[in-house]
Design a protein around this ligand. Structure first.
Ligand SMILES: Nc1ncnc2c1ncn2[C@@H]1O[C@H](COP(=O)(O)OP(=O)(O)O)[C@@H](O)[C@H]1O
Ligand SMILES: CC(=O)N[C@@H](CCC(=O)OP(=O)(O)O)C(=O)O
Length: 263
């Protein structure tokens, strides 16, 4: 099986032009088939503020009303995605920007309304991702760069968390490739003290995860990120690493960051 690297870049890097540029240079140098997933939640929140669109999150998911789905489509699929594509092209990486609607690459369902109405938020239909279509892009030498917008097949765009998209794409591709999933962000990994890069936990398994969560050492966005990491490992993804965007090469080589393991 060929190897495939699926890399998600965190929102604090996307929000920092210099850090994003430097990450993209390293990304362009990664050899072999690769897929980049980005979000841009911070940028959308800032642009939303300037347009009078308030951002509200419940359990790390943005409440996405009609104005907000337009906002995030413009920001993720437009501004951020196209800036990333142009930079990667300048680095001789033949990037192609996609959302889940393009080529029907990521079908989703609008999240059903229960206690919370999330609005136009999409839950990925995992079994409907066509790995062969993704693979055709890779085989033609393209590097897909994915904005976290999905669709319901009836003309409605949906907003889906970018960590989840990375997990779903990695999972779907693991039938065809030996997939490594890298969650890169502004910190050195999963930390014992979330404010101290010197406290990287080199390995996390399900039981240490539960302990660290119960002790309050893992919180906020790191909880869904780790849930996604374990979900990927449990569905055929070979390797999952969480770590610093500035250390992309070492993360890929397993020399830096936190490795997620099943045992
Ligand atoms: N133990 C931990 N180690 C590192 N970060 C943690 C930890 N617990 C919570 N966090 C928080 O999780 C955040 C990452 O989640 P999130 O913002 O969703 O990711 P991303 O930047 O990839 O979009 C970090 O910025 C940090 O504030
Ligand atoms: C439904 C939902 O919450 N979608 C996310 C998609 C962007 C994202 O995940 O961006 P980061 O990687 O920068 O956090 C949002 O709008 O914030």
């Amino acid at each position: 099986m060929d190897k495939l690297i699926v890399i998600k870049i965190g929102g604090n890097i996307v929000d920092d032009e210099a850090k994003l540029s430097s990450f993209l240079q390293d990304f362009a140098f990664v050899s072999g088939p690769k897929i980049l997933i980005h979000g841009g939640g911070k940028v959308a929140t800032k642009i939303g503020e300037s347009l009078g669109i308030e951002s509200k999150y419940v359990d790390g998911r943005r409440i996405t009303d009609a104005a907000t789905i337009d906002l995030v489509t413009m920001v993720y699929a437009g501004l951020i995605n196209k800036k990333v594509i142009a930079q990667l092209q300048s680095l001789n990486c033949n990037a192609i920007g996609v959302t889940g609607a393009d080529g029907n690459l990521i079908p989703a369902n609008k999240r059903p309304v229960k206690e919370i109405d999330y609005g136009f938020v999409g839950d990925v239909k995992s079994d409907k991702i066509n790995a062969q279509n993704w693979s055709s892009l890779l085989e033609h030498g393209f590097t897909p760069v994915v904005a976290p917008i999905t669709h319901d097949g009836n003309g409605q765009l949906l907003n889906t968390n970018a960590d989840t998209i990375a997990q779903e794409v990695a999972k779907a591709m693991s039938g065809l490739y030996e997939v490594s999933l890298i969650y890169s962000f502004e910190k050195a990994g999963v930390l014992l003290d979330a404010n101290d890069d010197a406290t990287v936990i080199s390995k996390i398994d399900p039981s240490s995860y539960q302990e660290l969560k119960a002790e309050g050492k893992i919180f906020a966005g790191m909880i869904p990120k780790l849930d996604n990491a374990f979900a990927a490992l449990n569905s055929g993804v070979k390797k999952v690493v969480i770590g610093k965007a500035e250390q992309l090469k070492d993360l890929i080589n397993g020399e830096s960051g936190t490795s997620i393991t099943n045992s």
